[in-house]
Design a protein around this ligand. Structure first.
Ligand SMILES: C[S@@+](CC[C@H](N)C(=O)[O-])C[C@H]1O[C@@H](n2cnc3c(N)ncnc32)[C@H](O)[C@@H]1O
Length: 204
């Protein structure tokens, strides 16, 4: 599926794709930090995982290893990013799609992981509704950053271009956002070096 929407972030991330692998944190550091959080992530062999906003696939190999023989489907709406990710030859399925607009299927994934990507979704409510539909009944949505929301939001506000107004919701802001999608929060950690939100299908 191709992206044809006019979100200016597509061009913004396309332009960054060539040098994204040289940006901090490196793929090695990201992988090490993900492994440190293995208990929290709780990924299991055999799971179907949707990696949303995979960029150049810096984390895809690590995730694929965690769920093998399950599969990772890694998606991004920047054609340049997804092309670089594909070229790495990781045993995963890659697709160029827009999670605010495109169908992600129904009851297909055990885990949907938005790693360093959620603030950039132009319609976060629409994306969450698609995630709720695409999760299996016992599935989990995870929104994760290797920094707290204060740092993330300050950083984006300082960046020039299409992402300068992009925001990671904080605290209680998640409750109505998740609820309108038929999801509910089961864990929220927001500290200096980690943001971790987990939600499941169903409302209180
Ligand atoms: C900050 S980058 C993070 C990339 C990667 N997860 C990493 O940590 O290296 C955010 C990514 O989200 C993607 N993205 C933003 N909005 C999207 C959308 N609506 N659908 C799919 N991908 C999107 C961007 O193209 C970009 O590659």
């Amino acid at each position: 599926m191709s992206s044809t929407c006019d979100d200016p972030r597509i061009g913004f991330f396309d332009a960054l794709a060539e040098c994204w692998d040289e940006e901090e944190p490196s793929a090695e550091e990201m992988t090490a930090r993900l492994r440190e959080q293995a208990a929290l992530l709780d990924l299991r062999a055999g799971e179907a995982l949707l990696e949303v906003g995979c960029g150049t696939g810096k984390t895809t190999a690590c995730l694929a290893g965690c769920v093998a023989p399950g599969r990772v489907t890694a998606v991004d709406f920047s054609p340049a990013m997804i092309e670089k990710a594909r070229l790495k030859g990781v045993d995963a399925d890659f697709a160029c799609l827009d999670v605010c607009r495109d169908d992600l299927g129904e009851e297909r994934y055990d885990v949907i992981l938005c790693f360093h990507s959620f603030p950039h979704f132009r319609d976060q409510a629409a994306a969450l509704r698609r995630f709720a539909k695409a999760l299996k009944p016992a599935g989990r949505l995870i929104v994760m950053h290797l920094a707290g929301s204060g740092h993330i939001n300050h950083f984006h506000a300082s960046v020039e271009g299409a992402v300068c107004n992009d925001v990671l919701p904080v605290g209680e802001e998640w409750t109505p956002l998740l609820r309108q999608a038929g999801l509910r929060e089961t864990k929220l950690i927001d500290r200096e070096n980690l943001f971790f939100l987990q939600a499941v299908v169903g409302v209180d």
